[in-house]
Design a protein around this ligand. Structure first.
Ligand SMILES: Nc1ncnc2c1ncn2[C@@H]1O[C@H](COP(=O)(O)OP(=O)(O)OP(=O)(O)O)[C@@H](O)[C@H]1O
Ligand SMILES: [Mg+2]
Length: 339
């Protein structure tokens, strides 16, 4: 018998942009975009994850590509359930025992949003679902001890939301889930190319341009060649965009994120604030890798701020650590549901 097929503990970071799956005993087995492609007539799934991502903007009218999460939570239950099922099937095709699944949720998620996530995990095959707040998972994943009576501030900057939270005694003491993050930068690139260069570009091109040349701090220089359709001539056109130009285009989004983080620091309980000022803010999430992000946040907040090692994997690492020792860790760290 192949004992790999008997795995029964799974951790899932089901994010707005990316899904990461960890299986106990096997490690990180999947890291793919949270996209599903489906036939608009039959409703059947055509592709999920990387394959669906590569189809964005290139599908015939009968196929649609959708990110079923938005702002860190499920926005389309049916497609999110289908996506999770497909990605789990990819990650562990021959599971024979219904798994225990731990999954993260933004601190600001409502009960309805948490239930949608729990149901998706159950439909995907979970026998037990543990829900952990993203900042707690991020802190554990960055090897911080969340249990002491000491303030710890996390800023997880993802695709759909920024999860800012002050943690103490294993719980989130205050939070601000700000639903503007990496996707808003991508949309700003699309709007900038349309408004200033009369160039229509697709989502994938905007994502690439943002990562190649997008910067939220003026000192960080780079450039990107962008191809799209000229709205003046109707012909394919190529334009080189500089990071300086993009810094201006991204300014409203970067400013709103900085202001939200400042507000989250202000909202932290005053007894925790001293620790947070002393230790600084821990940055996680893939969008925290954006060129200039650390400098920009440091400058605006006037706080110490440091990027977690492999920041994009902090949440899945934390969830993985938690599921590895779920029977031993404090029950305050998660909520549990049985199917
Ligand atoms: N080097 C980079 N520069 C700029 N943006 C980046 C970079 N790497 C990743 N991103 C952006 O980070 C975002 C994805 O981050 P992450 O994978 O943490 O999000 P998520 O967990 O799926 O979303 P959420 O936590 O908001 O639900 C995307 O918008 C992506 O474009
Ligand atoms: Mg995330």
């Amino acid at each position: 018998m192949d004992f790999n097929t008997l795995t029964n503990d799974i951790a899932i970071d089901f994010g707005t942009s990316n899904t990461r799956i960890y299986i106990k005993g096997r490690g990180l087995v999947l890291d793919e975009p949270s996209v599903i492609a489906f036939d608009t007539v039959s409703g059947e799934t055509v592709a999920a994850g990387c394959e669906a991502y590569n189809m964005i903007g290139k599908t015939p009218a009968s196929v649609s590509t959708v990110f079923p999460l938005s702002g860190g939570v499920i926005s389309d239950c049916t497609l999110a359930e289908e996506l999770l099922k497909e990605l789990l099937r990819k990650a562990c095709p021959k599971t024979v025992i219904k798994p225990r699944i731990i999954i993260s949720v933004p601190s600001g998620a409502t009960d309805v949003e948490k239930r949608a996530l729990r149901d998706a995990a159950i439909i995907a095959g979970a026998r037990v679902v543990y829900i952990m707040e993203t900042p707690i998972a991020a802190a554990i994943g960055a090897k911080c001890d969340v249990m002491p009576a000491r303030g710890l501030m996390i800023a997880d900057i993802g695709g759909g939301c920024c999860d800012f939270a002050a943690i103490s005694l294993g719980q989130v003491a205050s939070f601000d889930t700000f639903k503007t993050a990496g996707n808003a930068f991508t949309e700003a690139v699309i709007a900038h190319m349309r408004d200033y260069h009369s160039l229509s570009i697709g989502y994938l091109t905007a994502e690439r341009c943002k990562i190649e040349a997008g910067s939220v701090f003026p000192a960080e220089k780079s450039s990107s060649v962008v191809r799209g359709l000229s709205l003046k001539t109707g012909l394919p056109t190529e334009i080189t965009v500089s990071s300086d130009e993009l810094t201006d285009a991204l300014l409203p989004v970067s400013t709103s994120i900085c202001n939200a983080l400042k507000a989250a620091v202000d909202n932290a309980p005053s007894e925790l604030l001293g620790d947070i000022v002393e230790d600084g803010i821990l940055l996680t999430g893939a969008c925290a890798s954006m060129r200039g992000m650390v400098k920009r946040l440091k400058t605006d907040t006037e706080m110490k701020l440091y990027l977690a090692p492999e920041n994009e994997y902090a949440v899945i690492r934390g969830l993985a650590g938690a599921i590895e020792s779920i029977d031993k860790i404090s029950k305050d760290l998660y909520t549990v549901y049985h199917s």
